[in-house]
Design a binder for this molecule. Structure first.
Ligand code: DUC
Ligand code: ZN
Ligand code: ZN
Ligand code: ZN
Length: 467
């Protein structure tokens, strides 16, 4: 049975262009775009017409960095695939790429199977997986080839968290060599975790236990050093590199220098580094724990370099690193010892709105908003043009966005399963009105009409910036 929806009268914004167009959706895909007053568009019949007058019609957001139900520090991220993807939909994101985790001593397959089991039949929107390598050895290196073949085409390594996720330089080099051969993109958590652990131990021994010391020991220079080292290792391996959650100005400088040499080095930052700072980490009464994540929030002065990087394309992607822990009972595990605060911030619902606010504030253009939030993450992780744009043949993942609506971000009104908002009280101009996922309405004029299990697993192609 053919189902047809027409979205009429909106400004269609993609990374490439802005045009007034009606959009015809047929059986889950975009069938055609045409000028609203054209005889062609006027002739379309549909089961459903969405009025987008005075609204933007944009591709659904692609959040390439989430951690639903991630086990961390003896607890687990509080959003399940069900609650987290529902919140994503509320915020105009229609695809997530989550991180399946290999545990030390276990295979990639076991990790991937476990994440498939968590996500299957629960997601409101489409999803895909990266794989975290926690134990690089002969077996896991061989498994990388198989995973690339089945659409898990990117692998995260950690230079931080010794004893948990950490890989040493030899393991990193081997994984990069393997990725260079099989097309897998290496994603790097670039912080010198060995040095950080020394500073953590010294801080705690001196009684510096508050959340703000999390920011002080995880120094910008140790992010920059690890970023530099990762780039050099990637050069030696002949591999491309994607650095996740870049937060320090000095790390951006390393990426800029590499890219100026023409190296295939890419960078991601996150809304928390663009909008929050160490001022939040210093909030009294242990409230700073709400803002503990790694890489950490930086002094406000770093933000200008991140915005500049997003404008100059030295940074290509904004993802959330959504990894929520409730303040009550989870963040509180670190009272008296900041190193026991589970690392991570909620944000999957907030990203599209915060970046629209950046358009309003003049940091980025409207098309750059769509590029960094939709098109570039889709290309980076082999989802384009199925995801990340609006054109004939693409999945009808479409957001009708009201650029003039006013909202105030708050835990009272958000849909993430977490008891605080990192942006509590922040005023935003712009709001998601209606969201289609493969043509199905999942948010209808600010009512959730989706369902757990609508979301499908997507096997991805390899990185499309390397073709
Ligand atoms: N950083 C976080 O803040 N949370 C999860 C893992 C990570 O690297
Ligand atoms: Zn095992
Ligand atoms: Zn990380
Ligand atoms: Zn992460």
């Amino acid at each position: 049975m053919m189902s047809r929806t027409v979205i009429r009268g909106g400004l269609v914004v993609t990374a490439a262009e802005e045009t007034r167009a009606d959009v015809l959706v047929e059986d889950g895909r975009v069938a055609a775009l045409a000028a609203p007053d054209s005889a062609y568009a006027q002739g379309w019949t549909a089961d459903r017409t969405i009025d987008a007058t005075d609204k933007y019609v944009i591709p659904g957001g692609v959040d390439a960095h989430t951690h639903m139900e991630l086990p961390f520090g003896g607890t687990s991220a509080s959003d399940t695939f069900e609650t987290g993807t529902r919140a994503a939909a509320w915020g105009g994101t229609t695809t997530i790429v989550d991180f399946a985790v290999q545990s030390v001593g276990h295979s990639l397959r076991e990790g991937l199977d476990a994440w498939h089991a968590k996500a299957a039949d629960r997601c409101a929107i489409d999803y895909a997986f990266h794989m975290i390598l926690s134990d690089v050895n002969e077996g896991s290196l061989k498994e990388m080839d198989l995973l690339v073949g089945e659409g898990v085409t990117s692998f995260k390594l950690f230079m931080a968290y010794p004893g948990v996720f950490y890989s040493d330089d030899g393991q990193i080099l081997r994984a990069m060599q393997r990725g260079a051969a099989n097309g897998g993109l290496i994603m790097m958590h670039a912080e010198n975790g060995i040095a950080i652990d020394v500073l953590v131990e010294q801080a705690l021994a001196e009684g510096r236990t508050d959340p703000r010391y999390h920011g002080e020991v995880r120094k910008a220079l140790l992010e920059a050093e690890a970023t530099h080292r990762a780039i050099q290792l990637a050069r030696v391996a002949g591999a491309p590199l994607y650095v996740v959650h870049v937060s320090a100005e000095e790390a951006v400088a390393e990426l800029t220098q590499a890219r100026d040499k023409g190296l295939p080095v890419f960078g991601e930052t996150c809304p928390q580094y663009l909008f929050l700072s160490t001022d939040n980490l210093a909030e009294p009464d242990f409230e700073g724990a709400k803002y503990v994540c790694s890489t950490p929030l930086r002094p406000r002065e770093h933000q200008a370099a991140l915005w500049r990087g997003l404008r100059t394309n030295d940074l290509q992607v904004v993802s959330t690193d959504h990894c929520p822990f409730c303040f009550a009972g989870q963040k509180e595990l670190g009272r008296g010892d900041f190193s026991k605060i589970p690392n991570g911030l909620p944000g999957v619902e907030n990203r599209m709105d915060l970046l629209h606010q950046a358009v309003v504030d003049g940091h980025i253009s409207r098309r750059r908003w769509i590029e960094i939030a939709c098109a570039a993450p889709a290309r980076m992780f082999g989802l384009y043009p199925k995801k990340g744009t609006i054109a004939p043949g693409t999945d009808a993942d479409i957001v009708v966005y009201d650029p003039r609506a006013e909202q105030t971000m708050s835990a009272e009104t958000h849909h993430m399963n977490v008891d605080y908002s990192a942006y509590e009280g922040k005023r935003i101009t712009g709001q998601v009105e209606t969201v289609l996922s493969r043509g199905e309405t999942v948010i209808d004029r600010r009512r959730f009409t989706g369902r757990a299990g609508h979301g499908q697993y997507i096997a991805r192609d390899t990185c499309q910036y390397l073709d």
